[in-house]
Design a protein around this ligand. Sequence first.
Ligand SMILES: [Zn+2]
Ligand SMILES: [Zn+2]
Length: 93
Amino acid sequence: MSDENKIIKCGTHGQAGIAFACSHLIQGRERPLGFFYTETDEENQEPQAWCGECEALLAGAGDWTDELLERANIRVVCEFCFESLRKFHASPT
Ligand SMILES: [Zn+2]
Ligand SMILES: [Zn+2]
């Protein structure tokens, strides 16, 4: 099953598939923050990523609570922006 609506128009990359990332990853471009992400499968087609700080909170809470979602402030990014976030934040300091 494919959903053709899951496309965004990125200012940098043009039309691309969507992905999600926490606002810390998107805004924190000065140093790597860690990169944790969901595997994609048939039910979960858009990759979602979050930073090391969100991961620590998630581990403490056990699941994505409303409070955690509010802190993470997950945003939609294009799949190419997602890859560039991955390269930046997953790199060792
Ligand atoms: Zn985060
Ligand atoms: Zn992009």
